[in-house]
Design a protein around this ligand. Structure first.
Ligand code: NAD
Ligand code: DAU
Length: 339
């Protein structure tokens, strides 16, 4: 089988490719990635000389490139996106372009080439926000109510994917997952930002009152869920994927990380201006995915955090290089304006 992975040089896409080629060594993977600031081929060193892996540098909004790579693949796993909420607040244009237009270009090409399965990776953020101190969770019947330009663009892409199934019978599946964390995550996101700041002796910026809640999913658990959806998922269906998290506020999560790393939270936490339109709470009901596919997460938050801290400690060079480039300018500007 030949799989086209879009955005395979990013965080989740690269974890997916490494996992897939290990477990399905007779398959072929083509990775189409534009290599934006978030794309990093270093993530894929382990497979770069594997004859079953090919990298193509290209943009999913470019019809010609997409048609060329799509021409002989069996299935598509679509990760490519602009993925950071804060960046979408600064400038929504690349989000609309890549997430909406790019997905449309892929769908057209998938139809043309009679792709056997188009799997679209989406997010729980399309559902909006839940109130604090409730047991409510997002489920597949929850109405879409996105709040940020990022989540609105992801919602747009989800609707397009479903429309291509209903209208043209394109064999699609969609998964909406919660906040991933683990190896190779770009340090603009909360957990790797916190770990690498601690390793650099810097404070961790907490937005607003810090009482926001996210559902944390270890990336390997997510990748296993995608594998099962590709193998056993029903065409046209949506699967929700979440972590083994009891509600935990950002503040408590960061305190836990600081303590696990052997430091004093009082010295390393800094409250900064809140994110505009900040969603209060996310929680995901993944019971249907469990019942239908036999999937459940394996990593407790404690174990996932321990392993993630260890990975960042062992991979100093990786994140130091990432933090020294364009990201350094973004970080200085972004957090200067919040103080
Ligand atoms: P990421 O930002 O780490 O990686 C995105 C990748 O897409 C990069 O390699 C980038 O170069 C590539 N890309 C961006 N624009 C492109 C374009 N126009 N053409 C080709 N490639 C392009 O993102 P991630 O965290 O790995 O997220 C992957 C997917 O999962 C996204 O669709 C995101 O919305 C979704 N998701 C992420 C999370 C999370 O917690 N990280 C949670 C839920 C859903
Ligand atoms: O829920 C899934 C989504 O999770 C994905 O769709 C997105 O691609 C991914 O970026 C992530 O979005 P969030 O906005 O939830 O992730 P982020 O790591 O940016 O923020 C997590 C929480 O931490 C959120 O409540 C904002 C807060 N935060 C974030 C940063 C970067 C801080 O308090 N301080 C920070 O410096």
């Amino acid at each position: 089988m030949k799989i086209l992975v879009t955005g395979g040089a990013g965080f989740i896409g690269s974890n997916f490719i490494l996992y897939w080629l290990k477990k399905h060594s007779s398959d072929y993977v083509v990775n189409l990635d534009k290599l934006t600031y978030a794309g990093n081929l270093e993530n894929l060193r382990e497979v770069e000389n594997n004859s079953h892996y090919k990298f193509v540098k290209g943009d999913i909004t470019d019809r010609q490139t997409v048609d060329k790579v799509m021409s002989d693949v069996d299935i598509v796993v679509h990760f490519a996106a602009e993925s950071h909420v804060d960046r979408s607040i600064i400038d929504a244009s690349p989000f609309v372009k890549t997430n909406v237009e790019g997905t449309h270009v892929l769908l057209e090409s998938a139809l043309k080439h009679k792709i056997k399965r188009f799997h679209h990776i989406s997010t729980d953020e399309v559902f909006g926000a839940l109130p604090l101190n409730t047991t409510e969770k997002f489920n597949i019947k929850t109405c879409y109510n996105p709040h940020s330009p990022y989540s609105a663009s992801k919602a747009g892409s989800d609707h397009l994917v479903r429309a291509y199934h209903t209208t043209y019978k394109l064999p699609i599946t969609i998964s909406n997952c919660s906040n991933n964390y683990g190896p190779y995550q770009f340090p603009e996101k909360l957990i790797p930002l916190a770990i690498t700041n601690i390793l650099e002796g810097k404070k961790i910026p907490i937005y607003g009152d810090g009482l926001y809640v996210r559902d944390w999913l270890y990336v390997e658990d997510h990748v296993r869920a995608i594998e099962l959806i590709l193998q056993k998922g029903k065409v046209g269906k949506t699967y929700l994927i979440g972590g083994l998290t009891k509600d935990i506020s950002n503040l408590d999560l960061i305190k836990m990380i600081i303590k696990t790393m052997g430091y004093n939270p009082d010295e390393l936490i800094e409250f900064v201006k809140d994110r505009p339109g900040h969603d209060r709470r996310y929680a995901v009901d993944w019971s249907l995915t469990q019942n239908e596919l036999g999937w459940s997460p394996k990593y407790s938050l404690k174990r996932g955090i321990r392993e993630t801290i260890e990975w960042y400690k062992q991979n100093n060079k990786w994140w130091k290089r990432v933090k020294s480039g364009e990201y350094k300018k973004y970080y200085t500007k972004q957090y200067k304006e919040r103080r």
